[in-house]
Design a protein around this ligand. Structure first.
Ligand SMILES: Cc1ncc(COP(=O)(O)O)c(C=O)c1O
Length: 485
């Protein structure tokens, strides 16, 4: 499965390619500068793997350089393993030893004392949890006289979730909702239903690491659509990847994307479901962060534009309320929900009744809990942004307009080394490559702002110390191309 980058799109990405320098600041011939910049874009994850590059002639015209220079650059990229070509069909971006999903998938919180944990992007429980648990206990006798198995979830919770969609303008009946044990569980159930080993699945790059782990477990064939770190989705690239790759499934996070924080524009939401339908693709839309705009206006749900029952929306209690509840949901066509709950018999039978009752009671207080969360997160985000500007002014980022994460671009592709050095300084950090396929995204780190403001400021101070130590051992090189002798 492949998508295509046009000459004009690649020119935009290449930016000031002629200004890159070789080791010790030497000037490079144009072909080497061009090859080195493309290699950097692939490593950084700005140019997805498996993307077909423009023909030599098209790129030469778009860059106003000779075709010989582009030929030499493509030859160098082929030799270094960053391009694979088939005579007569074109050239595709690649990585030297092939590629695989990078993440271990394990982003559980750490128990180490004195380590500030920036690996986990989740908040502590809200104070309302205790009251909700008390009320749920009092509600339990309504269920404890029965066997307690509700594979689709408690009707009262499904009705409440359905009302939430209706309030956002998406007509939804309770039989279109299934309750799962968190969003990750919902995703796993959907994969069991819709994807067989070897089938193609499209995800954003970067994306949520544990979804990559689930795709790996299901032996799906993963391809990526790259998000621009500053601006987010390129509609032509995403719709083109659907059209040309015809994936079985695409997984997208349009609501304050994890890890970049971007909100998908309305014009792309409107076009997505029809494009997916034409490609024969089912779309999983992850709305984990939909309740957490921090200044940005919310956008209409992708499901609102779905005329062909192609969209499966997943969401849950984890991000706005508490991950310890393990309550999430799927909104889909009623027959799909019926098949998903039948399939559950082979997995976990049903979810815990008590936790679902707690979720009902917390959703009763949605207005107050969510309002407080948004104020808390906005303060924490501002503290993180302030600390980064003070202690790490060379890092660049777009201030997220919602969600819980900031995606920072480093001054060099050293994210993994930085994560190791940060651990020495007492900060646990998720390096960029965890959010994509191996060998990419080394220029980025994800910084969640789910911890208290003082912890975030201290974490950034420690990161600055770790980065300064790295600077001593690795001189900075911008997209330094490997020399091919
Ligand atoms: C985008 C996204 N989806 C799903 C999850 C997992 O949610 P849950 O804890 O409900 O399984 C997370 C948690 O980090 C997330 O960021």
């Amino acid at each position: 499965m492949s998508s295509v980058v046009r000459g004009s799109q690649l020119v935009r990405l290449l930016d000031r390619w002629q200004s890159i320098r070789g080791p010790a600041g030497t000037r490079l011939p144009d072909y080497a500068a061009l090859a080195g910049t493309v290699r950097g874009l692939v490593r950084d994850g700005r140019l997805a793997l498996g993307v077909r590059l423009p023909s030599e002639r098209e790129l030469a015209e778009a860059l106003a350089i000779s075709r010989t220079t582009v030929s030499a650059a493509y030859r160098e990229l082929r030799e270094s393993g960053h391009l694979s070509s088939r005579r007569g069909s074109g050239s595709w971006t690649a990585l030297p030893e092939g590629h695989r999903i990078a993440t271990s998938g394990m982003w559980a919180p750490t128990d180490e004392l004195d380590v500030i944990d920036l690996g986990c992007a989740a908040l502590a429980a809200p104070p309302e949890l205790t009251t909700a648990v008390g009320e749920a206990l009092a509600d339990l006798p309504r269920y404890s006289g029965g066997a307690g198995y509700h594979p689709t979830g408690l009707l009262e919770l499904r009705e409440k979730v359905a009302r939430g969609f209706v309030a956002r303008g998406v007509p939804t009946h309770a039989d279109q909702i299934m309750i799962a044990n968190g969003v990750q569980h919902a995703f796993d159930l959907i994969l069991r239903l819709l994807v067989s080993p070897g089938q193609p699945v499209l995800v954003e790059s970067p994306t949520y690491p544990n979804v990559l782990a689930a795709l790996q477990a299901h032996r799906a064939r993963v391809s990526t659509d790259n998000l621009d770190p500053r601006t987010g989705w390129d509609p032509d690239m995403l719709l083109g990847a659907l059209r040309s790759g015809r994936p079985t499934l695409a997984y997208l996070i349009p609501e304050f994307h994890n890890p970049t924080g971007h909100l998908m524009p309305v014009s792309l939401r409107e076009r997505l479901p029809a494009a997916a339908h034409r490609a024969g693709t089912d779309l999983i839309v992850d709305e984990s962060f939909v309740d957490l705009p921090l200044g940005a206006a919310s956008a209409p749900a992708v499901a609102l534009f779905d005329r062909n029952a192609r969209v499966l929306t997943v969401g849950g209690m984890t991000k706005p309320y508490w991950g310890g509840l393990r309550v999430g949901w799927i909104r889909a066509a009623a027959p799909v929900i019926a098949r998903l709950s039948a399939l559950r018999v082979a997995v976990d039978m049903a979810g815990p009744v008590l936790d679902q009752l707690v979720a009902v009671r917390l959703l009763d207080r949605a207005d107050e809990v969510i309002a407080a969360r948004r104020i808390q997160l906005a303060h924490q985000r501002d503290a993180l942004v302030g600390a980064l500007r003070e202690y790490l002014p060379g890092w660049t980022f777009t201030v997220p307009a919602g969600g819980v994460c900031l995606w920072a671009e480093l001054e060099a592709p050293v994210s993994t080394a930085l994560a190791h050095a940060a651990h020495e300084e007492g900060v646990r950090l998720a390096a960029g490559p965890s959010f994509g396929v191996a060998g990419t995204l080394e220029r980025f780190v994800r910084l969640p702002f789910t911890l208290p403001e003082d912890d975030l400021t201290e974490a950034v101070r420690r990161l600055a110390a770790a980065a300064a130590n790295l600077d001593h051992s690795h001189p900075r090189e911008r997209y330094a191309p490997a020399l091919v002798a």
